[in-house]
Write a protein that binds this ligand. Structure first.
Ligand code: GH3
Ligand code: MG
Length: 420
C-alpha cells in the first residue's frame, strides 16, 4: 500500500489531509514535529512526504535539508504551507522538493497526485501478481533490472543468464523481458520459441542497439514491445504500464478461449461431456490404463421406453427426465469419473481406477436411484438398462461394442437391469 507521511504542527490541516488520503486507500502517517517525523520514517515504509514549514523543533528548510542528507533522500517531498512567498518557493525547489502547494489550494492541487498514486498502486499490484522472467547474459544488466523491480517490492521475478536455462525451465511466465543480443542463439529465436509456447504472455525485447532494423526484428519475432538500454527506470515502468493493458486484454481473451474450449466439449442440455469428447477421453483413458496397468471400467446405459415418455407427456417432459437423470449421475459419481451423454437418451461413464465389481455396484446404485426419481408429471416413472465392462486388451471401439452388446442384452431380457 502506498504510504504518505504528513508532517504538520497544525491539527486542523492534519484532519483535512488525512480525510482526503484515507478515502483513496492510501496509508496516512502523521507527525507533529521533525523528531516525530524521523521516528515515523524509521518504523514505516514511506513513499511520499507532505510537510509544513514551521515546527517547534526547527524550520521546514532545516527538516528538508536533513532529509536529503539522510537515508530517506529518495522519498519525494511536497511542501504544504500558508506562506506563498516566491523566494521561499525558489529555495525549496532548489533543495529538490517536487511541489509547493499553498494550504488554501491543497485539495485541488493534490488530487492529480492522488490519481497518479492510485494508478501507480494498481500497476504495482498487477506487476506483483504476474510471474516475470528476465533473460540477459550480462550480470550487470540483470542487477540493474533487479534493483528496479526490488525498489517497487516486485519479487516474483526469475533471472536467467543463459537462454537454454529459460527455454528448458518448463515454466510459464506472464511477462518476459528478453535481451535481444545473446551469445550462441539469436534473441529472435528465443522470443519466437517463447511465443510459440505462450500465446498469451507479454514479451518485451531489450536492446542496446536502438536501430530500426533491430526493433523491427524484435517485434516481428513475436515480442509485444521493446525497451532500449541503458534502461531508465521511469521509461521502463511507463513502458510496462502501457503494455499491461494489452496483458490484461490477453488474459481476458485466454479466459474466453478456455471457456469456449470447455463449452465445445459439453452437451448443452445436460452439461455432461458430448459424444465426441467422451469418445476422445475413452481413447486417452484406455492408453493411460494400459501404460500404467491400471483398472478401467465403463458403464453404458439407456433410458427405457423413452419414446413413450415423449409420446405420452411431451418432449419438454422428456427433456426434464434427461436432465434429472444427468444430475443423479453427477451426484453419484466421483469427481474423477468421466460422464458423457453418448446419444439422445444413452449415457457413457468412464471409471478410471475401477474394477468390474465396483463398476457393477455403481451401475446398480444408478439404476435404483433413477427408478426412484419423481418428475413434474407425478405419474411418471422411468427406469434404465445398462451394461458394465472392464478393459482387457481391446481398443476404444471394441470396448464400446462390448458394453453396447451388454446393454442390448439388458433391454432384451426385460429392461430395468444391469448386465455385465
Ligand atoms: P428402449 O427401452 O429400447 O431404449 O426404448 P426407447 O423408447 O427408449 O428407445 P428409442 O431409441 O426407440 O427411442 C428413444 C427416443 O428418445 C427417441 C428420441 O426422440 C428420444 N430422444 C432422444 N434425445 C432426446 C432429447 O434430447 N429429448 C427428448 N425429449 N427426447 C429425446
Ligand atoms: Mg431408450
Amino acid at each position: 500500500m502506498f504510504s504518505v507521511l504528513h508532517v504538520d504542527s497544525n491539527s486542523f490541516y492534519t484532519e483535512i489531509v488525512k480525510d482526503l488520503i484515507a478515502k483513496n486507500s492510501i496509508q496516512y502517517l502523521t507527525a507533529r514535529n521533525i523528531k516525530e517525523a524521523f521516528q515515523t520514517l524509521e518504523n514505516n515504509k514511506v513513499d511520499l512526504i507532505i510537510t509544513g514549514l514551521e515546527f517547534t523543533d526547527g524550520t521546514g528548510d532545516a527538516f528538508i535539508l536533513s532529509l536529503y542528507k539522510s537515508d530517506y533522500k529518495k522519498i519525494p517531498i511536497i511542501v504544504l504551507s500558508s506562506r506563498d512567498d516566491l523566494s521561499i518557493k525558489t529555495t525549496l525547489f532548489e533543495l529538490g522538493v517536487i511541489d509547493f502547494i499553498p494550504k488554501s489550494l491543497f485539495i485541488e492541487r493534490f488530487i492529480p497526485y492522488l490519481n497518479n498514486i492510485t494508478l501507480l498502486d494498481s500497476f504495482h499490484k498487477t506487476l506483483q501478481n504476474i510471474s516475470i522472467a528476465v533473460l540477459d547474459d550480462n550480470e550487470l544488466q540483470i542487477r540493474v533490472i533487479k534493483d528496479i523491480f526490488e525498489s517497487y517490492q516486485i519479487k516474483n521475478v526469475d533471472y536467467y543468464l543463459h537462454p537454454h536455462e529459460l527455454l528448458s525451465s518448463n515454466k510459464q511466465y506472464g511477462l518476459y523481458l528478453i535481451d535481444f543480443i545473446l551469445p550462441n542463439i539469436s534473441g529472435e529465436r528465443v522470443i519466437w520459441e517463447i511465443r510459440s509456447e505462450n500465446k498469451y504472455a507479454l514479451i518485451i525485447g531489450i536492446s542496446s542497439i536502438d536501430n530500426e532494423k533491430i526493433i523491427s526484428q524484435i517485434l516481428m519475432s513475436g515480442a509485444d514491445d521493446y525497451i532500449s538500454k541503458p534502461i531508465n527506470k521511469d521509461i521502463f515502468f511507463a513502458r510496462l504500464n502501457a503494455n499491461l493493458r494489452t496483458y490484461r486484454l490477453l488474459q481476458k481473451l485466454k479466459q474466453k478461449n478456455l471457456e469456449l474450449e470447455e463449452m465445445a466439449k459439453l452437451d448443452s442440455l445436460t452439461r455432461l461431456y458430448n459424444h465426441r469428447y467422451i469418445y476422445e477421453r475413452l481413447e486417452e483413458e484406455i492408453q493411460r490404463a494400459k501404460r500404467y496397468k491400471h483398472d478401467l471400467s465403463i458403464i453404458m446405459f439407456d433410458i427405457d421406453n423413452f419414446k413413450q415418455v415423449n409420446d405420452i407427456y411431451g418432449h419438454p417432459t422428456g427433456d426434464e427426465v434427461i436432465v434429472k437423470v444427468s444430475s443423479t449421475l453427477k451426484n453419484i459419481c466421483r469427481s474423477t469419473d468421466i460422464l458423457g451423454r453418448y446419444g439422445g437418451e444413452e449415457f457413457l461413464i468412464l471409471l478410471p481406477e475401477t474394477g468390474l465389481a465396483d463398476g457393477i455396484k455403481l451401475a446398480e446404485r444408478l439404476r435404483t436411484q433413477i427408478a426412484d426419481l419423481t418428475y413434474s408429471q407425478e405419474s411418471l416413472k422411468v427406469t434404465i438398462s445398462g451394461g458394465v465392462a472392464t478393459l482387457g486388451n481391446q481398443g476404444a471401439l471394441e470396448l464400446v461394442k462390448k458394453v453396447d452388446n451388454l446393454l442390448y442384452e439388458a433391454k432384451n431380457s426385460g429392461r430395468n437391469k444391469i448386465v455385465y
